[in-house]
Design a protein around this ligand. Structure first.
Ligand code: MN
Length: 242
């Protein structure tokens, strides 16, 4: 039976043996290899098109910093991990990957859906916001009137879509090739994967608003209407129909 003193002695002897006989390098060789460095591309985090505090008070600076610098960055990293070892896919724009989701290799399909969707959705979100939003004009304004009855009716229906997201997701204004639609999609699912072009999206994940609004999603949605960059949305609308 090994008593405590014997055990201590054996431990000490073992330590001496390790220190004295060159066993340490052997142990190091048996250690698991260091994990490969995380891929830094091909997808990259686009810079915010304005300072983090530009959208105050609708969206506070701290939320912008974390949302862009941590959440969006994590989607970019996840997408890069997913396409590592798939040079053919890594060469395609993320929108193309999302349109072709069903034809992607099964083992990376979910990762591209989540992280690729997250990257595409947020890349669209930042430039669609600006200080002092206003209202749409021109062709887009007429198209919104035709599709939804009026700009007010558009806002009501879009708000309903945003408030109706259970859990995490987005409300979307999309173009389906024929008409404008309002819809909501769960998680980071992209309208591209539904065969539609996203024109304007509202992120209603709690990470988008919880620091300032806590559970008051309705207040966040109301504030969103004061910071929509309608010129950007109109340009996407023109491109989608071209
Ligand atoms: Mn988000």
């Amino acid at each position: 039976m090994i008593n405590r003193r014997t055990a201590l002695k054996q431990t000490a002897l073992a330590a001496t043996a390790l220190a004295g006989t060159g066993t340490l390098p052997a142990l190091a060789q048996n250690a698991p290899p260091a994990p490969p460095a995380a891929p830094t591309g091909p997808f990259t985090l686009p810079p915010l098109p304005y300072p983090a505090d530009a959208l105050e008070p609708a969206i506070d600076a701290r939320t912008m910093e974390i949302h862009h610098g941590k959440h969006h960055a994590a989607y970019v990293a996840g997408l890069n991990r997913a396409v590592a070892g798939h040079p053919d896919l890594a060469a395609k724009p993320v929108e193309t990957l999302l349109r072709q989701l069903q034809s992607l290799p099964e083992d990376i399909r979910t990762a591209v859906r989540n992280h690729g969707g997250g990257h595409a959705n947020h890349s669209l979100f930042w430039p669609s916001l600006k200080k002092g939003g206003g209202a749409p004009s021109g062709e887009l304004a007429r198209a919104l009137d035709t599709a939804f009855g009026s700009f007010n009716a558009f806002q009501q229906q879009f708000t309903q879509a945003a408030m109706g997201v259970f859990g995490s997701g987005w409300a979307w204004l999309t173009w389906d090739g024929t008409r404008l639609r309002i819809e909501s999609l769960p998680n980071q699912d992209s309208p591209f994967s539904q065969g539609r072009v996203p024109l304007l999206g509202l992120d209603v994940w709690e990470h988008a608003y919880y620091l300032k609004y806590q559970n008051r999603r309705a207040d966040y949605v109301a504030a969103f209407y004061t910071i929509i960059n309608w010129e950007f949305v109109a340009a996407r609308f023109r491109e989608a129909r071209a």
